[in-house]
Design a protein around this ligand. Sequence first.
Ligand code: ADP
Ligand code: MG
Length: 353
Amino acid sequence: AAPVDSPIIKPINKGVVHRICAGQVILDLSSAVKELVENSLDAGATSIEIALKQYGEEWFQVIDNGCGISPNNYKVLALKHHTSKLANFPDLQSLTTFGFRGEALSSLCALGNLTVETRTKNESVATHLTFDHSGLLTAEKKTARQIGTTVTVKKLFSNLPVRSKEFSRNIRKEYGKLISLLNAYAIISKQVRLVCTNTTGKNVKSVVLKTQGSGSLKDNIITVFGMNTFTCLEPVSISITDSCKVDGFVSKSGYGSGRNLGDRQFFFVNGRPVDMPKVSKLVNELYKGANSRQYPIAIMDFTIPTKAYDVNVTPDKRKIFFSDEGSILQSLREALEKIYSPSHVSYSVNRFE
Ligand code: ADP
Ligand code: MG
């Protein structure tokens, strides 16, 4: 047979590229809301409300009392790779903000309809901004609002037909995943008041999560899971090196959770909720030796110098590379082996205060 023609390589249309990439940053409802909540935290908010319409299917909104967005930034706000948080590559090693890639708002524009209301301390009125799917500012009008920012996304994924159908079909599951994610932020945010409300079709608005933001990890866990659950936990506090430690709680050996893996395990690195499959596996494995019928709850906050890990691994920044993972896991193993050894006496948590 005659050899076939070699196809011509052409650049993909810019708008198409934008839509393809946006679908990788924003995978589902929870990653969309996560980006907005993290923006509010980065803006120094002490109060954040997440409002959902029809479990997020119609729209969702994140309302904060942070620093607001200054008028010079309106035009570039939702442009791809535009950020106020990172300018040079070396800055990546000393990041303390949740965001830095400048992709969230631009991706949300590509996937749904984005509007923003914002006001800084330098303005006496707020401004309502509308953006198109490519992230361009298309309308601007004055409105009333306290200092802070409200970002609203209507009809997420309406721009990706297949995912849009899946999104509506799985909305309850998406919503469940979102609540679990918000629990993570509620547990770790000690100075921030978090509220989540959902308004159903019949215009019934209900509060689905509420924390006071005036507490400790302990107070937040009690708010989220209740006192009964908290009394079944045992504190963990480990120094790995001079600059590296872990604080948190795990189930006492006799009191795990009957529920399935994962939904009550929360890991944080310097206050950032992340996935730690190896740590989770280790806790589960050691717990199993002491209690094979249940699963352990685990809430662990790792304090690690920013230069000792990399969060820029996946677009959602949930995955982390540690430069010294081995010693972290080893220290954790030793501490948990003690807690789950048959001779360990499990004290009431209050003794550790
Ligand atoms: P990133 O968070 O990676 O910088 P985003 O697309 O999430 O990228 O946001 C772009 C920029 O918009 C941020 O760098 C920030 O300056 C501004 N911004 C977004 N949300 C808020 C908010 N709630 N309050 C104040 N500024 C915000
Ligand atoms: Mg962001």
